[in-house]
Ligand binder design. Structure first.
Ligand SMILES: Nc1ncnc2c1ncn2[C@@H]1O[C@H](COP(=O)(O)OP(=O)(O)OP(=O)(O)O)[C@@H](O)[C@H]1O
Ligand SMILES: [Mg+2]
Length: 401
């Protein structure tokens, strides 16, 4: 039975394309969880108006490349929330099958970044959890139903909003039974526990472990249905490419690891250690691509979430202006690509290069630092020259800074 709008009370998914044109909210605003007071204010209607292209365009601002993943996510998210809207308007689809998403690909290429950016745009409560934190019984690790209660907390206690949220399960590959050593019993147990949630389950709002306040009976009808909660799972699936290659051994050859992951099918996921019922509940699948030096360069230059802003801010705090030259960025991108950790390699390289500058420059007379190719290739020499120049600059004021 699908609940009509009236029984759900106010929901606040009032998204219009105009929201797309807004400048990005500050991190503090973006992360803020609505207070219960705010969340309970009645909104006029459930107005989901985004189109897949809008979602993809929004993601373009933050995530470089991953065109296919953006397209697939845009379609899946819009389908899902349009379905929710139609349902709330009384246009029921009793046989609707949820389009939960599975995102795979190497580490650090934007899987989590994509989902987080999309959830911010849609403005629904969003919970991210590592699948590894759950145990089969819920004794040793977390109980999977806690995910739903986390979503209610994120929705500021608004159960109706929580019932249209997104649950993002990262590291999903870690709950696959290892095909070599036979099935991992606990991973399989977690998969089975997740099955019910991923489709249609009623989860009590109060945790069974929570003490009931004295004099108050535990309320039986206080539950959230998970039918309209979208599940997005992701993982790096290392080793899956070998499974796919084995299957394809007699068939067409695939070249790169990226291409191999892109053609992974249900049989491969089962061979990797997933239960058919589990992987079957993640019907929308898309592989993210690894990032080469060119993409890493664009991550720095074009992404609104580029780490360069963070560095400018850190140096700016000491009154030092940081200028990145294209030659320096090209070099950083090249070095980061060798790290094989996706865009995370950029931070590793920048930290290594700028560490001594971060230590030595605050408190010095240096007011501007230009990161060019020479500096990236020889940070120690560059720092010595800058400081040496400053020192000699003090005795000879005509020396340009
Ligand atoms: N394609 C990209 N465009 C812009 N920034 C990116 C991209 N990929 C990664 N980043 C940056 O790198 C950081 C790490 O990426 P992210 O957390 O999305 O990796 P992931 O693919 O989820 O990796 P893992 O499998 O290790 O969890 C992000 O916070 C983001 O700043
Ligand atoms: Mg991740």
């Amino acid at each position: 039975m699908i609940s009509p709008r009236s029984s759900l009370g106010p929901v606040s998914l009032g998204i219009t394309p105009s929201k797309l044109r807004r400048s990005p909210a500050s991190p503090a605003t973006r992360r803020s969880v609505p207070t219960s007071a705010k969340a309970k204010v009645a909104r006029p209607s459930f107005a989901f108006r985004l189109k897949p292209r809008d979602v993809s365009a929004h993601l373009d601002r933050f995530v470089i490349g991953q065109t296919e993943a953006k397209k697939v996510l845009g379609v899946a998210l819009c389908d899902h929330f349009q379905h929710v809207r139609l349902t709330l308007e009384g246009n029921l689809a009793p046989h609707y099958i949820k389009q939960n998403v599975l995102l795979l690909g190497p580490t650090g290429v934007g899987k989590t970044h994509l989902i987080r950016s999309a959830a911010e745009l849609i403005g629904v409560p969003f919970v991210k959890a590592d699948a590894t934190k759950f145990s089969e019984t819920g004794y040793m690790g977390g109980d999977v139903e806690e995910l739903i209660r986390d979503l209610i907390r994120k929705a500021g206690g608004d159960v109706a909003r929580a019932s249209h949220g997104i649950i993002y399960l990262d590291e999903i590959d870690k709950i696959a039974g290892s095909p070599a050593s036979g099935r991992d019993v606990s991973g399989r147990g977690v998969q089975i526990n997740l099955l019910k949630l991923m489709e249609d389950a009623d989860v009590p709002i109060a945790s069974p472990n929570e003490p009931v306040p004295a004099g108050q009976p535990r309320s039986a009808e206080q539950s959230v249905n998970t039918r309209n909660i979208l599940f997005i799972a992701s993982g790096s699936f290392s080793g899956l490419d070998a499974v796919v290659r084995r299957r394809l051994a007699s068939g067409p050859r695939t070249e790169s690891g990226d291409e191999t992951l892109a053609v992974a099918g249900t049989a491969d996921f089962i061979a990797f250690g997933f239960e058919p019922e589990f992987i079957g509940r993640l019907p929308v699948r898309v592989a993210c691509q690894s990032l080469g030096a060119d993409e890493l360069y664009r991550v720095m230059r074009e992404s609104e979430s580029s780490l360069l802003g963070q560095y400018r801010r850190a140096f700016g705090a000491y009154g030092i202006r940081l200028d990145f030259r294209a030659s320096g960025l090209r070099r950083i991108a090249g070095l980061a690509a060798l790290e094989n950790t996706g865009a995370r390699g950029l931070m590793t390289v920048c930290e290594r290069i700028l560490r001594d500058f971060k230590f030595e420059l605050p408190g010095s007379s240096v007011r501007r630092l230009v990161v060019d190719r020479d500096l990236v290739d020889d940070p120690t020499g560059s720092l010595g020259r800058i400081l040496g120049k400053r020192r000699s600059g003090r005795s000879r004021p005509t020396t340009p800074g």
